[in-house]
Design a binder for this molecule. Sequence first.
Ligand SMILES: [Zn+2]
Ligand SMILES: [Zn+2]
Length: 259
Amino acid sequence: MKEYHSHTFRCKHAVGDASDYARFAYDHGYETLGISDHTPLPDIPVSQEIRMDISELDDYVQAIETAQESFPGLKIIKGMECEYVKQHQSFYTDELRGRHGLRYLILAQHIFRSNGEWVFFWKGLKGIRELKAYTDSLIAGIGSGLFDFIAHPDIFGAFYIPWDAEAIACSRAILSAAKEAGMPVEINTHGYRKKKIDTPGGLRDPYPLEPFWELASTYDLPVIVSSDAHKPEDLGAKTDEAAKLIRRYNLRSVDLPGL
Ligand SMILES: [Zn+2]
Ligand SMILES: [Zn+2]
């Protein structure tokens, strides 16, 4: 088993450190564990409560290296989950990949600009304007060439309820950009573990968004399944649901290339 999406206590909404996740993964027969906590973004006025401080970066990398030494039988990879922020290009390349030697970066737009303001996903999203702003920022991140795969591209399903022409157009734009860039898209099982949301069609998971993945099947994209673990025992949780989704829509599941 391989997992590329896991967090540490530094993001302020996960528990455990790299070694705790490594212990669980090792005990459960994993081959590969990627640690990918939420990146620091020092000068962004929103969402600081869900990410590590820039001053914790050295310690984060050190903790992963300690886990690597403690579990030589497990391949542990240094990564980070990042929002694409245009003015931070050199931070991703020089700091994260360069100075800190991170091997992969996940693209996840929890924040973006909408109407001249920073919007934090879990607080500011409500309608079509935000859906479009999310889509534009994600596509900019895909086009940047900085990232290895796209986390929960369908996370907009948590706030934009209908599967209507707007949702389909944005989904197509995201999927086309991923296809053009040759970037894998992630089925993120954290959404299956969150509270269901009430919609006119009944209760549903905020994400993964069923019709998004049905549409994705027509793009023949590589798909990565992640449990997005925020505690060690989340590793592998609900990945059986993702496997069903993959079978249902004949999706193409892959490992992260080059790692
Ligand atoms: Zn998180
Ligand atoms: Zn995550």
